[in-house]
Design a protein around this ligand. Structure first.
Ligand SMILES: [Zn+2]
Length: 278
């Protein structure tokens, strides 16, 4: 099958491997899952006749309705690899006691087949972040829904519960030198959390100038309440209180992008932990 998008790979000094090294990624993830006592919830497999990739959700133990429930996702697009590695970095810094104050769920790598070659799409050339259609109070598939998307939609009730108070999804824009984010919120203006996340990314990269990115109006580095058939859009429309999609710039140094994702994820988690403590 002819590829529609280029493959992107970078060397990581932080992890001492290539950005698309799936074996190393799984090794690092497994160590953090064990250390933090995260519970694996297998969602299914992405497979053709030659290869098989598992897709799993991980959740903190002792899920309790008194605590905020948040979902952190990465790796929907395989070339946007600083997201998944940034999540590993954030988990590495996370004190296990933090999980006493938040129900943390993670989808660390939604598109492992794309990640393994540094390609945006999966092994069927599908875009895993399209085809989540919110209609009549439900999330339905359409002709653009990927194999990963169908697996996520089969577990929608679990994912909705997991993201009740917020979802952060870590993307990258491989063509840009600047950073920005998408925020979906039930207010007229972005909340302080959205600006704090933007500023966190802005410590590493220039914030995108006002104008348009992918036909969406960006102001102060934020694309606000843009609805499409993405996973985060469907979760927000289904009741998640806030959905943020960060975009680190693929034209910048890889390790800096990992650290920017690490800081954004840490800030997002701590926001809900601090809210719960108050
Ligand atoms: Zn993306």
């Amino acid at each position: 099958m002819k590829q529609l998008f280029a493959n992107y790979q970078w060397n990581s000094t932080l992890f001492n491997c290539q950005s698309n090294d799936l074996k190393q990624f799984e090794k690092y993830l497994s160590a953090q899952v064990t250390r933090l006592n995260l519970q694996a919830k297998p969602l299914g497999f992405i497979d053709n006749n030659h290869q098989q990739y598992p897709l799993s959700l991980y959740q903190s133990a002792n899920i309790h309705s008194d605590k905020p429930s948040i979902l952190v996702c990465a790796g929907f697009h395989g070339e946007e690899s600083a997201g998944p590695w940034g999540l590993i970095s954030a988990l590495t810094l996370l004190e296990p006691s933090v999980l006493e104050n938040v129900n943390l769920s993670i989808l660390p790598l939604v598109n492992p087949s794309g990640f393994s070659i540094g390609n945006r799409l999966n092994l069927f050339q599908q875009n895993p972040n399209r085809g989540f259609v919110y209609q009549s109070g439900q999330v339905a598939s359409n002709q653009h829904t990927s194999v990963e998307g169908l697996l996520l939609q089969q577990s929608m009730a679990t994912l909705l519960g997991a993201s009740e108070h917020g979802i952060l999804t870590c993307h990258e824009d491989v063509l840009l030198h600047d950073t920005y984010l998408y925020a979906l919120e039930s207010h007229a203006l972005p909340s302080p959390l959205s600006y704090q996340l933007r500023d966190s990314l802005g410590r590493y990269f220039p914030i995108a100038a006002d104008g348009e990115i992918d036909d969406c109006p960006v102001k102060d580095g934020i694309i606000f309440n843009h609805f499409d058939s993405s996973f985060e859009s469907a979760l927000f429309q289904s009741g998640s209180q806030i959905a943020i999609c960060t975009e680190t710039p693929g034209q910048q140094d890889f390790d800096q992008r990992v650290l920017a994702n690490r800081d954004a994820i840490t800030l997002f988690i701590n926001h809900f932990v601090n809210e719960n403590r108050q």
